[in-house]
Design a protein around this ligand. Structure first.
Ligand SMILES: [Zn+2]
Length: 456
């Protein structure tokens, strides 16, 4: 055990040296060190540097995990759900003692914390699953309980998402499979939401990850976040400026690209290559592209520019979908749904559909801004705002909570689900509650976070 650790440490040092040499232009040795640390199938120290580099950066994943040889068993326990915001690429820009510091400390993670959390989630046996593989819509006519499906013919969409050959099918169909999952069907029976039969490799625990506000807001660009996502060689990269104002294209500085890379290196961290659900607002465009309109109207020149942004974001959306990402709504204006009536929510929803769904597609997933529930409460009652949102096609309504709580509503075919939130507040004050995922002590960014206290 101890020698193992020393070997790993030596290897990490060697790798850091190699990476420093190979990537000095990028200058991001911290992240590369982390990548080295989490490499599980590391080669022996006597292997040459080139071999080690190949082990750390495989060219292409061989095939989608789990292949036909992996034995799957049914999982019916809690499906954990963690959500993140964009991560801080350059903490020295975020934590500089001004009025933004407290908020950024509360709600964000730095790249090194996010890297460490992914490591721990993987080590602790979690595996990413698609929201649509956890819940789905059924009508009474085609209802099948777990007993009924036990001996039934495997069905691609309804059981574990595999087709008859055990594969997920072409990438393009993944998206339509997600949509089909929530289509009403034609039988006309009473619809309801069911917890689906979830098949996982033995010993793995399911985890949904979602990402709020992946919009690269203007303020974020001044506080050490990346600026936008771009596509290069079929993969998604971040683009941005470092603290010196130099352009940086990287896969090590952004929550989305870091997860892509992590799953390439650890295919068994994801069922069928699924990543996370990206919850978008619309008021400053999406994914770093300024695709929004303005109520003041746009000049011809502004509209032309907007059209260019719309054209530019298309390939990014396609590449994200191909790489296992899918989308949800975080409302257009990041509105507090507890404080709006139907009219206000309706105009916001229409705007999201016009400006965001028109680009990423419709979605059954709504992520409440500020975690604020519509009508003041979505658990004890189904109010008029909830009903309106249901009427707009939303089926799973996500809030924020202290557990991965979920509840299938009985009066309307919808699910409400709470997500947990790895961020500065929980790192500092809720270490125990997150212990099954990671120990805050091991992941906390001592080098960069301001001295704002903690209870451990
Ligand atoms: Zn938000």
């Amino acid at each position: 055990m101890k020698t193992d650790r020393i070997t790993k440490r030596l290897l990490a040092l060697l790798l850091a040296a190699v990476c420093l040499f190979a990537l000095c232009a990028c200058g991001n040795t911290v992240v590369e060190e982390n990548a080295a640390d989490r490499e599980e199938t590391a080669a022996e120290p006597e292997h040459d540097a080139e071999e080690i580099r190949r082990a750390v950066k495989p060219e292409e994943p061989e095939e989608v995990y789990p292949g036909p040889d992996v034995e799957l068993t049914e999982y019916d326990g809690v499906v954990e759900h963690l959500f993140f915001h964009p991560v801080i690429a350059y903490p020295e820009m975020a934590f500089r003692g001004d009025y933004m510091e407290q908020g950024l400390d509360d709600w964000m993670l730095t790249v090194s914390e996010y890297d460490a959390i992914l490591d721990r989630l993987y080590e602790n046996g979690y595996i990413l699953v698609d929201i649509g593989d956890v819940w789905g819509l059924e009508t009474d006519a085609e209802e099948t309980g777990p007993e009924d499906t036990e001996n039934a013919e495997p069905d691609a969409g309804k059981t574990d998402g595999r087709d008859k050959d055990g594969h997920h099918g072409k990438h393009g169909s993944k998206d339509s499979r997600r949509r089909q999952n929530w289509e009403e069907g034609s039988s006309g029976g009473r619809k309801h939401v069911v917890r689906k039969k979830l098949m996982l490799p033995k010993g793995k625990k399911p985890l949904i990850i979602s990402y709020d506000d992946v919009n690269y807001y203007e303020y974020m660009r001044e506080y050490g976040f990346t600026y936008k996502l771009i596509v290069k060689d079929g993969k998604v990269w971040s683009w941005g400026l470092d603290p010196q104002g130099k352009e940086v294209v990287s896969r090590d500085l952004d929550a989305v690209t870091i997860l892509d890379k992590f799953v390439e290196e650890h295919p068994d961290f994801s069922m069928y290559g699924v990543k996370g659900c990206i919850a978008l607002t619309g008021y400053e465009g999406i994914l770093g592209y300024r695709t929004q309109t303005s109520t003041d109207g746009l000049t011809a020149e502004q509209e032309k520019q907007r059209q260019e942004e719309i054209k530019a974001v298309g390939p990014v959306i396609d590449a994200l979908k191909e790489n296992g990402w899918y989308f949800g709504s975080h409302t257009w204006g990041h509105i507090d749904l507890s404080g709006y009536g139907v009219d206000g929510v309706a105009s916001d929803t229409q705007r999201w559909k016009d400006e965001v769904a028109s680009l990423v597609g419709d979605t059954p997933y709504l992520f409440y801004p500020h975690g604020a529930r519509p009508d003041g409460d979505d658990f004890g009652q189904t109010g008029s705002v909830f009903e309106y949102l249901y009427g707009q096609g939303y089926r799973v309504f996500f809030s924020v909570g202290i557990e991965s709580f979920s509840h299938i509503k009985e009066d309307i075919p919808a699910v409400i689900a709470d997500r947990m939130h790895p961020d500065g507040t929980t790192l500092r004050w809720n270490r125990d509650r997150y212990m099954r995922f990671y120990d805050a002590k091991d992941v906390f960014d001592y080098d960069h976070r301001p001295d704002l206290g903690r209870d451990w």
